[in-house]
Write a protein that binds this ligand. Sequence first.
Ligand code: GCO
Length: 255
Amino acid sequence: MGPALFSLTGRTALVTGSSRGLGRAIAEGLAAAGASVIINGVDPERTRQAAAALVKAGYQADAAAFDVTSENGIMAAFKDFDARGIEIDILVNNAGIQFRKPMVDLATEDWRRVIDTNLTSAFVIGREAAKRMIPRGCGKIINIGSLTSELARATVAPYTVAKGGVKMLTRAMAAEWAAHGLQANAIGPGYMITDMNQALIDNPEFDAWVKKRTPAGRWGKPEELIGAAVFLASPASDYVNGQIIYVDGGMISVL
Ligand code: GCO
């Protein structure tokens, strides 16, 4: 046993929604562990810049800009990977949006948009990655869940339902793909310091609630997800399947 257990050298990782936020931190962490990373985002320029920054830092990185809610965009991206001989060994389904509104005021279109972006995308991209991993007999899929994979908070129903679905999709992937040598697991981030949460961080009452409700007494930093991501992306997790690891300062474990 040694460093090889957590080494990603020679592996290629696609991280969706990785031009910023949690995805970018995870992509940088996987690159530092030796992976060649493919940065994804819906904005081509921001995606290219994020990949360029990793290359400048000495890592192997490339950009693949596509909208995770576009089936055509996803299929075109995988067609391009195939044409270029790029084999995705590690898929991190991280892309997601938040939309805070009471259900009685929530338009069905907004409900659908959150479910599509946060859950359906993980199925479609997971399916395309698995179709190529299964013949190779190996592959790592890491879905990004949330505390809301377990517990509901008022005004974020579609996000909660989608993230609950991400947990169960992870188990469904394990059920169908573990026999082919794939491991599908999830990470459940707690309240992390990201653009998506800036409105909450800036709200003194919410900020105080997070600090009181979290045993660690603080918000999490995106880079604090890297350890769990490298573990689930590496040979160290070859017999781990269908699990969700909460990186939340203890929040999910206490009343
Ligand atoms: C919210 C937050 C949460 C966090 C995270 C918690 O509005 O409550 O956005 O959803 O982002 O998902 O695990």
